[in-house]
Design a binder for this molecule. Structure first.
Ligand code: IYR
Length: 221
């Protein structure tokens, strides 16, 4: 068994009053985030996408396995193929595969099977979870894969918003077509499809609200 080796951790530290200000400012920034379904086709530099995805990759993960792959799709033809495949599945979802309750729950969002944003947004980030890893032809276990990739996607959404861009955490279902179009191996399963870009100039978002804080968080002190 390997003995663990440790290195010093140069933790970031701030004075308490500065901590409170930082926490409040970050909250205000993040609370202003909205999911967007109408994108501008204005290009977004590749370096911006690289940094936000590097942020996602900084997430903690089960046994540090980092069980994710981020496919950064800028190529127009691939975005078109992804849109067409997603719309085929979504058409079936909206015409029989989703329950009445589900369809009613979606009414305030005004969604339907059309997914033009998959082509309009200049980048699609297809996130894959690695059910297991493969190293030297051998299968290796991953742990808490959903949790790990979920945390990475949370950081990604925060980084995208922090950079002044918008996104949508989209889940066409089923999304096996992504594996095929992007040529991913069997151990990689689609997790989320995230269009990223600038919002359209005249963008509008549903008039929906966050729950009151007291309904979502309970202090025990
Ligand atoms: N995947 C479909 C339906 C959908 C489901 C949920 I849950 C949403 O929050 C939004 C949409 C679609 O993208 O239209």
């Amino acid at each position: 068994m390997d003995t663990p080796s440790y290195i010093p951790y140069d933790a970031v530290r701030f004075a308490p009053d500065k901590m409170l200000l930082r926490a409040e400012h970050f909250y205000q920034l993040m609370d202003a985030r909205r999911s967007v379904r109408d994108f501008s086709s204005r290009p977004v530099p590749r370096e911006l996408i690289e940094f936000v995805v590097r942020t996602a990759c900084s997430a903690p993960s089960g046994a540090n396995k980092q069980p994710w792959t981020f496919c950064l799709v800028g190529k127009k033809d691939l975005r078109r193929r992804i849109r067409e495949a997603a719309e085929q599945e979504e058409y079936e979802n909206y015409h029989g595969r989703m329950s009445g309750e589900w369809l009613r729950d979606l009414e305030p969002l005004g969604t339907d099977w059309h997914k033009p944003f998959l082509e309009t947004a200049p980048w699609l980030i297809a996130v894959f979870r690695q059910s297991h890893s493969v190293a030297d032809g051998e299968q290796k276990k991953n742990y808490y894969v959903q949790e790990s990739v979920g945390i990475a996607c949370g950081l990604l959404v925060a980084a995208i918003h922090h950079a002044g861009l918008a996104c949508l955490t989209h889940t066409p279902s089923p999304m096996n077509f992504l594996q095929e179009i992007l040529g991913r191996p069997q151990n990689e399963k689609p997790f989320l499809l995230i269009p990223v870009g600038y919002p359209a100039d005249d963008v509008r978002v549903p008039a929906i609200r966050r729950k009151p804080f007291g309904e979502m968080a309970i202090f025990y002190e």
